[in-house]
Design a protein around this ligand. Sequence first.
Ligand code: PMP
Length: 330
Amino acid sequence: MLREKIGNTALHKHTELSARYGVNIFIKEEYHNPGKSAKDRVALFMMEEAIKQNRLPKGGTFVEASSGNTGISVAMIAKEMGYKSKIFVSQSCSQEKIEVLESYGAEVVVCENSNGLHDFQSTQYLAQAYAANTEDAYFTNQYYNSSNIRAHYKTTGPEIWNQTAGKVSHVLIGMGTGGTISGVGRYLKEMNPSIKVFGVEPNNSVYQHFLIQQKLPEMEVKFDSIEGIGRTFIPGSFDVNTVDRVFQVSLEASKEMAHEFALEFNQLLGYSSAAVLAALDKHIGAMDLKPTDNLVLLFPDYGDRYLEKLYKDFYWISKAKVARKDATIQ
Ligand code: PMP
């Protein structure tokens, strides 16, 4: 059963990064979930709740608006449970993710943006409209579904607490729907209110502004497109009371960090994981960390979902491409 394989992901101390930044650094490796991202947890909670409440008959269609990962988790679980899936992704979704979605039998609709329910071209508006006008279709709606925060409150948060034997002092987590940081943050602060919960978003996303000013920016925003993180609105899946600070990073710094990490540690980071590490690198001075602190970085997915976008120019990949081309010629 797939559901038993979801969650309980590894958490490892990264000794080299710990030495470099002078603090104990642990990585919560969410790409070990069966759907290869943290979003398996959320999809499972949302779908089981919908089924429990008789929202969708067997064989019906789960509909979701997603940067890709939630969609993949919904499609995978739907397939296992005997349902169909229809996933609305924005133009920024990587080709690799679209292909995985289709492999799980999802029908994929590519939309202009993911700017929330008020924008007629957005994934959320179109997904909601489709579900409302279609028989036997249910919109899981991760941006406003309380199961999003609950999944992380019930699973990811307790796992981090237990895996660090209650010694976690700081977490640094990317913010998209805000569900991960809100669920993890709520749980950890209940266990120990002095734990600091730090968020990461791309430059010009609205969470940092909202946290400081308690309102949205007056001007329309366009944030750097780092897949999975960043927002132009504050979704219902974000609990502002769980977050102490939000740090912003650029697309370029995240990309550079991904390449540096690959060269040094032979691992391909997901885009938002690279952003988390880039935020640590840029803002560590503002994080007020002591050598005895235990900082957990959450890595939601892996770099093989971003080969084209993030690693195309990277020497491993381009070298492999040349080798493949030569092999065909011979
Ligand atoms: N990184 C990636 C790759 C994601 O897919 C997501 C989910 N959109 C996030 C980070 C952010 O997680 P959350 O939606 O819980 O804020």
